[in-house]
Structure formats: structure tokens, C-alpha cells
Ligand binder design. Sequence first.
Ligand code: C2E
Ligand code: MG
Ligand code: MG
Length: 255
Amino acid sequence: METALDLGRLLLHYQPVVGIDNGPVGMEALIRMDHPERGLLSPAAFASDLDAPRLARRIGCFVLDTALTQTQTWHRQGLALRIAVNISACHLMDQHFLSDLQAALAAHPDLPPSSIEIEVTETAPLLDFDKAGETLLACNRMGVLIALDDFGTGNSSLTYLQKLPAQTIKIDQSFVRDILNDSRDIAIVTGVIKTAHMLGIEVVAEGVKTQRHAELLRKMGCTFLQGYWIARPMPAAQIPGWIAGFQPTLSGAFR
Ligand code: C2E
Ligand code: MG
Ligand code: MG
């Protein structure tokens, strides 16, 4: 990973997030490594590096800078997309995190902070909730939005919801996958959607695989969707073309 950082072999792909009624609203930046022998690697191949104390901050800064530069380019092209960036627990809890975020914002002055969303995953436990909550509140004060990623997979989902300021919950794909035939998952997902909406929090369903999933999620009141049925993660250059082709092909399909 250190070599990849030094040699510029890390890159980002982007996966669309769509609003059921208004089409593409944003992109999630997803890291990839261009390995000289093994080709393009997904995070599963280097997951432990992402949250390693020696690397997390360097990776986080690379991702913030690359994603904001790309999003600023899209904004200049008239594509006012929101960008969601995954930040490791290790970088979030680093004393430099807020100044790193501030520096990334300052380097992209044309980008409204409200078009940036920091995704905090539940799979890596935040040991100090109070400190994490303060840091995330400071992000909100800068105008940056917070999303709780992989919601439901950690040991303390309700504590996350109670203690951390968040504008979005992303329901983990492990709950979304089986909603068509598992009444427990229907109950859980419905409950999360209702709870979030009572708190004024937006909900994104992750891992939407088929049109039937999308239709059921719509009935359940989930307004934002992400998943392979909508689009797989893709290089930035493909996004404008994908957006141009989206409306005629898919918007009717949600109804
Ligand atoms: P995540 O943040 O929950 O991202 C969603 C993952 O689910 C992505 O995998 C995406 O490709 C995959 N996915 C989306 N829709 C579907 C679907 O319909 N079916 C299936 N089976 N999968 C779907 P990816 O890109 O391999 O990333 C895996 C995880 O690695 C991410 O999960 C995130 O936790 C982490 N990650 C990715 N990029 C970064 C990064 O820049 N920084 C950090 N710290 N972590 C990252
Ligand atoms: Mg994510
Ligand atoms: Mg997730």
C-alpha cells in the first residue's frame, strides 16, 4: 500500500446513488489499487491497510483530494453531484482529521461543503463515541454531511444513531439482499427506515440487486438506492455518459 501511494497506483471508482423520484443525486467514491501484476484490486484485497494506523491518514487524504477534485470537475460541467467518501475510523479519530478535511475543502473552493458526505462505517468500532461525535459535529459545522455506512452490521447500531450526528443512514446490503423472501429482513429494514425518518435522517439502501428490490424498497418508503441493478462502480470518465443515459432507461422502472 505504501508503494502504491508513492507510485500513484491508487485510484477511485464511482458508484451512483439515485433518488427514486429524482434520478442520480450523487456518487460514492470507492478505492481501487492498480497492481502491476494482479491488475485492478478491490478493497477486499487490502482491507486491513485502510484502517492501519500508519496508512489510514495518507489514504484518507488521497481519497478526499481525488474525490473532491473529480466532483469539482463534474460541478463545472453542470453535474451538481454529491460525493460520498469513506473515511476509516482510524483517520476519523486522528488528531489531524479536521484539518485534513478543512485543507481539502480549501483546495476546492468551488465545491459547496454540503455536496460532501463523510461515510463512517459501523464495521470498525469507534472506541470513543464522545470524541467521534464531537469530530462529526465539527464536520457538520463546516457544512459537510455525515452518513452512517453499513448500518445494522455493528454491535452498537442504536448507539451510533443516538450519539453520532448523521444526516444519512446507509442500510447494509446484508439486510437489503433478502427482503423479497425474508419477512425478518422486511421488518428490520422497515423499522430502520421509519426510525430514520422520525429522526429526520435520509435512508439509502445499499446493494439493490433487482428491479423487484427497488420496487419493494419504494413501497417501504426508502427514497435513495445504490446497487448493481442501478450501476456498478465505474471510472469517473464513464459517469457523464451514464447519467445522460439514465433518465430514459430507468426512471419509469421505479413506478
Ligand atoms: P461500502 O462503503 O459499504 O461500499 C459499498 C460496497 O458494496 C462496494 O464494494 C460496492 O462495489 C459494493 N456494492 C455496491 N452495490 C452492490 C450490489 O448490488 N451487490 C454487491 N454484492 N455489492 C455491491 P467495494 O468497492 O469493494 O468496497 C468495499 C468496502 O471497502 C466499502 O464498503 C468500504 O467499507 C471500503 N472502502 C471502499 N473505498 C474506500 C476508501 O476510499 N476508504 C476507506 N477507508 N474504505 C473504503
Ligand atoms: Mg461506503
Ligand atoms: Mg456500506
